[in-house]
Each structure stands twice: as C-alpha cells, then as structure tokens.
Ligand binder design. Structure first.
Ligand code: PBG
Length: 326
C-alpha cells in the first residue's frame, strides 16, 4: 500500500533532518530591543501591564542594554519619559532631554551598540497626542513636522545611529531627512514606522511611556486596521521621501501586510511585536496556560517567515538567549 502523505514525513524524522530543511532561521542580528528611559538614579520600575519590562534610569538602562548586547542583540530602540510635559512637547527636542542623555550614556559605554531613537511627540505633550494641536484641537500636521525634525537632529547630535519616526504625520520622513542632511548627518538612516495602525495592542505601551492621549484617540493619523492597499501607499511615500527601513506595526494581526510590503519593496522591512502582543503572552504564561519560551520563538519565527528582516520585540533578550547568545 502506498500512502503519499508519508513522503512528507521522511524529512521530519529526526532533529538533524529537520534542521537541514528548516526554511526560516532566526538570528540574534534580527532583533531590536525597546527600552524606556526615565529620570532619576537607580530607577528600575516594572510596568504593571508588562511584567519583565521596566522604566529605567540612565545607568540602569545602560546595564540592561549591556546584558542584551552580551546575548548578541545588536540594537536598542529608545523611548523617553520626560520630567515635565507641555503642549509643544518641548522635552522631545531639548539637548538635555531624557532620550538625548540616554543616547550619549549608551554610546559612551557601548560604542558598537546600534542606538535607534523613537521620534514622536506623544510622550512629551501634556495632551498625549503625537503632534501639536491647532486651534480646533486637532493635530496640526505641518506644525508638527518642524518639531519632529528638531527632535531627530537632537537625538543624532547626542550620538544616535538611526532615528525612527512613529508619529504618522504626512511628510515627516522628508522633513527629517532634509533637517538631518542640513546638519551634515547624511550618513544617518531613517527607519520609518510606515504602516502603523491605530491599534488596541498599544495599550500597555502607553502605561510604560505614560503617553495615553488625554482626549480622543489616534485614528485621525494612524491607519485603519482593515486597510492594506493604503499601507502600500504609506510605504511607497516613505520610501520616496527617503526612508531606509520601513516598519509594519503591530506585527501579529498584520502578518499579511508584512508579507506584501516585503514582496513589493526592496528596502529592509522591520516589524514591531508590540506591547499588547507581549502582555498577552506574559499573562497566559504567568497563569501557566502556555509554554512561554516555545510560544515566543514560534511568534518571532512567524514574524520573520512573513517577511520581516528586523523584529522589534520586548522579548529580544529572551530570544537571543534561547538562540544561544552567551
Ligand atoms: C509612539 C509610539 C507608540 C508605540 C511606539 N511608538 C504608541 C502609540 O502610537 O500609541 C507603541 C509600541 C508598543 O505598543 O509596544 N507614538
């Protein structure tokens, strides 16, 4: 008797055979580790909705980055929690702001670590929106562009290796590219949050970054989840404007978007495995309902299989450790 289906099982018989035919291999080089910088000394405050993720004062943040780098994680993505907030998000572009301080401390201790900074206004504005408001209370696109460009330049002056605008204003990649070039930072790449959806999966992050909007929501600037052709337009505009890496965010509910962006564009594609995706796994693991390590590796492999070249994840340290980083 001939069972055609047994043909596929031949190469699954042993661990060695499975390794030989593995189609997707994760590498520590794919990982970016997001970190939250806060003022103070010796602060390591766990985010309630993200067990294992901390708001870190600068020396603690450097230690955390060192540990991740030791496991082989090549890059971090920095967010800042400023001391004060105001309508114009002044701390976002102040040369002695929290992110600027964290960048220079990191580059001093770990010169080879790739330091990427998130460029956005929402952690710095008292209303919590990603831009400044006009008289009617809506986010003013063009007035925000200048502030984003100023923020990006101040991050790079502090030593950032790459900037990552996450605000979703139209035209911000070009505004940032122009401003960087004008300051002589031609060599600094931009990773744009190109297809960023208005997602409930950002909930825990807003606890971590203290950036919940004080009124309304972000649907007038972030993308509507049902749309994918619009994501292609977002990505093509960002690439035209000078984005060096394009990001899809969140990852899990948008694996189709990652896959289409990878097919259509020839720049590296990043995917952000966001806070809500992290917290769901953590909560189930803490309950003992799932095997955390296996679930994490399966998720990160799935994101890579969909087409992501880079994966931004709060699990970066765990994944690197599981991959055998020393
Ligand atoms: C800032 C920003 C957000 C995230 C990254 N940059 C929050 C938001 O847009 O509300 C979310 C990251 C995460 O959920 O892990 N605009």
């Amino acid at each position: 008797m001939y069972f055609p289906e047994t043909r596929l099982r031949r190469l699954r018989r042993t661990e060695q055979l499975r390794k030989m035919v593995k189609e997707t291999a994760l590498s520590t080089n794919d990982l970016v580790y997001p970190l939250f910088a806060i003022h103070g000394d010796n602060v390591r405050k766990e985010v309630a909705s993200m067990p294992g993720v901390f708001q870190l004062s600068i020396p603690n943040l450097v230690e955390e980055a060192k540990e991740a780098y030791g496991y082989g994680v090549p890059a971090v993505l920095l967010f800042g929690i400023p001391e004060g907030k105001d309508p114009l998000g002044t701390d976002a572009y102040s040369d002695d702001g929290i992110v600027q301080g964290a960048v220079s401390a990191l580059k001093k201790e770990l010169p080879d670590l790739v330091v990427i900074t998130d460029v956005c206004m929402c952690e710095y504005t008292d209303h919590g929106h990603c831009g400044v408001l006009d008289d009617s209370g809506s986010v003013d696109n063009d007035a925000t562009l200048d502030l984003l460009a100023k923020s990006a330049c101040s991050h790079v002056r502090a030593g950032a290796d790459m900037v990552a605008p996450s605000d979703m204003m139209d035209g911000r990649v070009m505004a940032i590219r122009d401003a960087l070039d004008e300051e002589g930072f031609h060599h600094i790449p931009i990773m744009s949050y190109a297809a960023k959806y208005a997602s409930a999966f950002y909930g825990p992050f807003r606890d971590a970054a203290e950036s919940t909007p004080q009124f309304g929501d972000r649907r007038s600037y972030q993308m509507d989840p049902p749309n994918v052709r619009e994501a292609i337009r977002e990505v093509s505009l960002d690439v035209e404007e000078g984005a060096d890496i394009v990001m899809v965010k969140p990852a899990l509910a948008y694996l189709d978007v990652i896959s289409i962006v990878k097919d259509r564009f020839d720049v590296p594609v990043a995917a952000y495995n966001v806070s809500g995706e992290y917290s769901l796994v953590k909560a189930a693991a803490l309950k003992g309902w799932v095997d955390e390590e296996r679930i994490v590796m399966e998720i990160i492999t799935g994101i890579k299989r969909a087409g992501a070249d880079l994966i931004i994840t709060y699990f970066a340290k765990d994944v690197a450790r599981a991959l055998g980083g020393s």
